[in-house]
Design a protein around this ligand. Structure first.
Ligand SMILES: [Zn+2]
Length: 403
């Protein structure tokens, strides 16, 4: 198996060399989809999602490891259709001085959750789930200066983390497919990304700081059809253009369903599989491989396996990660405590700061607890004493190094 994988990686590395110019299209093959969006609706919908700060809710304990939750085994079937993420550039990685960089690849990775974006915060009554374009732009600058670099969900799952030595990986996630996240406008008869959208701002930002990365996964509700990323172009065009930048799409269920209300497996299969099916009707070969729980609602215990994989009218799904709603950074996927069935996210700040949102976390994500990269995706480097935190069964050919 390992040998096979090695061969596969080598093959891909060679292809990569040949196809340097295709970089933009590469993530395309992965997944696309739409969602729907009635503006206030979304905000409100998510507003009801359990706030970690409010007691008695779907607990995502505000403790740093979000793993105590009933482990849903994600091991069963192999992930269908997914290509392994690009192997790290195996050439050209400068050896780094560990004592100077002090990498810690057992540390935590923040996965940030965004919802709505607007020009003017006064235009919304939603206190917690809406960000202004200006604040988002400022946030990117702050994150960049604090040493965060974006990685994709695919690479988070595969622990294929390729950010410069000494920097910290971060994942962006966007729920509900609202137009402020991404939409198209027509310019000289051509469809282009609206610069007044989160994706547009990220694209612009990367001109100044290409190493920050244009990455993020958009969790979609396909029942929203043309309401998803509402604006110019068809849903198909929107998704194609979104993915052409390397952005990913994820499952957010058909109808933004609260799975804590699920009655039986058929219902779960329908809500998840139907969303998948619709995506595949629009973008051939695409599939969702990550699920974000609408309202943060977890399915009853006996239905948990159906959240991971299932089928509806011939459309199969397999979710390699199931994303929660709040409230802490996540351990990396090679960590012993990693539970792909319930992965923690941090809410971005809305109009007001709330406990455990990103504004709360930024000063609390200290060097000693966070993931600091060694710059080489093929090695897992941890300070002496932390090697026990790594699940060596997940190293997948990567070398574990302590210093
Ligand atoms: Zn949602």
């Amino acid at each position: 198996m390992r040998i096979l994988k090695g061969i596969l990686m080598l093959t891909i590395a060679v292809c990569l060399l040949i196809a340097v110019s295709c970089i933009i299209g590469k993530d395309n093959e992965k997944t696309p989809s739409p969602g729907n969006l009635t503006d206030g609706n979304t905000a409100q919908a998510e507003g009801r999602e359990p706030s970690p700060a409010s007691p008695g809710q779907e607990s995502l304990s505000p403790t740093p490891t979000a793993s105590s939750d009933n482990q849903v085994s994600l091991t069963p079937t192999p992930a269908p259709d997914q290509k392994p993420s690009e192997p790290a550039q195996e050439l050209n990685i400068e050896p780094v001085d560990y004592s100077a960089i002090r990498p810690n690849e057992s540390g935590e990775i923040p996965i940030v959750m965004f919802h709505n974006f607007v020009e003017d915060l006064n235009s919304t009554n939603d206190p917690e789930f809406t960000t202004s374009f200006a604040d988002f732009e400022k946030l990117l600058e702050t994150l960049y200066n604090e040493g965060y670099r974006l990685i994709s969900m695919r690479d988070f799952i595969d622990h294929n983390i390729s950010v410069p030595a000494g920097t910290k990986p971060m994942v962006f996630t966007f729920d509900d497919g609202s137009p402020g996240q991404f939409n198209l406008i027509e310019e000289n008869g051509k469809l282009v990304v609206n610069p007044k959208s989160a994706a547009g701002i990220m694209i612009k930002f990367s001109e100044k700081h290409p190493d920050f990365g244009i990455k993020g996964i958009f969790y979609l509700n396909m029942d929203k059809e043309e309401k998803t990323f509402e604006g110019a172009g068809t849903l198909k065009e929107r998704l194609e253009i979104l993915m052409s930048y390397g952005f990913e799409v994820g499952n957010h269920s058909w109808g933004h369903f609260n799975f804590s209300q699920a009655k039986n497996r058929e219902q779960v299969y329908e809500r998840l599989g139907r969303n998948q099916k619709r995506l595949q009707e629009i973008i051939e070969g695409a599939s969702f491989y990550s699920l974000a729980l609408p309202h943060g609602g977890k399915a009853p215990e006996e239905l948990k396996d159906a959240m991971v994989q299932g089928e509806y009218e011939g459309a199969r799904y397999f979710h390699e990660t199931i994303m929660a709603v709040g409230s802490t950074p996540s351990v990396p996927s090679i960590h012993k405590d990693y539970n792909p069935g319930y992965v923690a996210r941090i809410r971005s700040q809305g109009k007001v700061e709330v406990k455990f949102d990103l504004t709360y976390w930024l000063p609390n994500m200290t060097r000693d607890r966070m993931y600091i990269s060694d710059g080489d995706p093929n090695t897992v480097v941890v300070p002496k004493g932390k090697e026990n935190l790594i699940d060596t069964g997940k190293l997948n050919g990567k070398k574990l190094i302590t210093y």
